[in-house]
Write a protein that binds this ligand. Structure first.
Ligand SMILES: *Cc1c(COP(=O)(O)O)cnc(C)c1O
Length: 393
């Protein structure tokens, strides 16, 4: 007799608990701002991906409300069934302008964008070569595609090149897709994107770039790392999220017109899912407008000022993004450090396996344009006086 369903679940949970890896939901009772209420206490939030501080922006809320009053909330069906709403079309026009690509397609989330796009491009006769630190949605998408999967050590161009050489030798007929992020979500460092683009062109491979933590943060108008380096037109697929620095919700794939037409026909997470509510699309359109505006430029300046101050307070190396990790190693070291910080008024997420490798647990600090210099200074003081050794990297 197999275990009962509930016995199976609770035994599995117990194992997770023994490994120090239990995850729990904690109520958050305030909007996504630097100061948030968790339970009875107010804490300073150093964990959000709302880098530009747009999540509670009144103009974005008004855009959503306006659309709601005009057309209600629900979208009724997939965009292929009853027709596509103006709000989604407008969003995609503004994404394409923002990303300086001929076209774009909006998705429910970054997760759905990856899961829809990668298996649409690659199948079992193809090869996907991805960075070891790629986000779970990229790994899941690559597995779902059924393609032959090769992983290279983080940012290791030599190993990437040897995989490319291997693929052209062993699978000369295959499509070869390289999958990387521009800012790595748990390490905060950048991909050597220019070199990766050079390599993929030399080997006739294609590139899927996930800009989830770069959009809004990098580039003269917040278009991401591809914009900063001026190489967007050499990248086949640029994906990004609308729910992090842009403070709205959803995600996009930007590229050629034919890519958009193809995904409308082949991306299953797009085809077989009810369209996002129009107010959500309107909010994202407004967020993109703000990110590109002079106001967005000022927010980006504040953000970078805060990033530099935070890195100095944490005695971290020169930051490349709004994400500053402090690696502690053991899973419970990260959890206790995070708990101690919380007791002292600072919300800093402990990141553990399977989000990062076993034994590479860490505190993941993020900062937004809205943090006050005093909040960053007091975090630094508390951090340097924590009971664990702050220099234990
Ligand atoms: C958050 C994230 C995603 C998923 O985007 P959502 O819109 O939150 O689903 C994809 N890739 C990376 C690197 C991310 O950090």
């Amino acid at each position: 007799m197999p275990k009962s369903f509930d016995a199976f679940l609770s035994d599995a949970l117990e194992e997770i608990e023994l490994a120090g890896l239990t995850r729990r939901l904690t109520p958050l009772e305030t909007p996504q701002l630097p100061l948030v209420r968790r339970g009875d206490v107010m804490v300073v939030n150093f964990s959000s991906n709302d880098y530009l501080g747009l999540a509670a922006h009144p103009a974005i809320r008004d855009a959503a409300m306006g659309e709601w009053e005009r057309g209600g909330f629900g979208s009724g069906a997939s965009r292929l069934i009853c027709g596509t709403m103006t709000a989604h079309e407008e969003l995609e026009v503004s994404i394409a302008r923002f990303k300086r690509t001929p076209a774009a397609l909006a998705f429910h989330s970054g997760y759905a964008a990856a899961l829809g796009t990668i298996p649409a491009i690659c199948g079992k006769d193809d090869v996907i070569i991805m960075d070891k630190l790629s986000h779970a949605c990229l790994i899941d998408a690559a597995r779902l595609s059924g393609a032959v999967l090769r992983v290279f050590p983080h940012n290791d161009l030599n190993k990437l090149e040897s995989h490319l050489a291997w693929a052209s030798r062993k699978h000369p007929q295959a499509r070869v897709l390289i999958v990387v992020e521009s800012v790595y979500s748990m390490d905060g460092d950048l991909a050597p994107l220019r070199e990766i683009v050079d390599l993929k062109e030399r080997y006739g491979a294609w590139l899927f770039l996930d800009e989830a933590h770069a959009v809004g943060v990098l580039g003269p108008s917040g278009g991401g790392l591809a914009e900063e380096l001026g190489i967007g037109d050499r990248i086949e697929v640029q994906m990004g999220t609308l729910g992090k620095a842009l403070g709205a919700h959803g995600a996009y794939v930007a590229g050629s017109r034919v890519l958009r037409d193809y995904l409308i026909n082949r991306a299953r997470s797009f085809i077989f899912s009810t369209a996002p509510p129009a107010p959500v699309a309107a909010a994202a359109t407004k967020a993109i407008e703000i990110a590109q505006s002079p106001e967005g430029g000022r927010l980006r300046e504040c953000l970078w000022e805060n990033i530099r101050n935070l890195a100095a307070e944490l005695q971290a190396p020169k930051p490349e993004s709004a994400i500053i990790p402090h690696i502690l190693g053991p899973e419970n070291a990260a959890t206790s450090a995070s708990t101690e910080l919380l007791q002292k008024g600072f919300l800093v997420a402990a990141i553990r396996f399977p989000t990062v490798a076993k034994g590479a647990a860490r505190l993941r600090f993020t900062v937004t344009s809205l943090h006050h210099p005093d909040q960053i200074r007091s975090l630094g003081e508390v951090f340097r006086n924590l009971s664990f050794s702050a220099s234990s990297v």
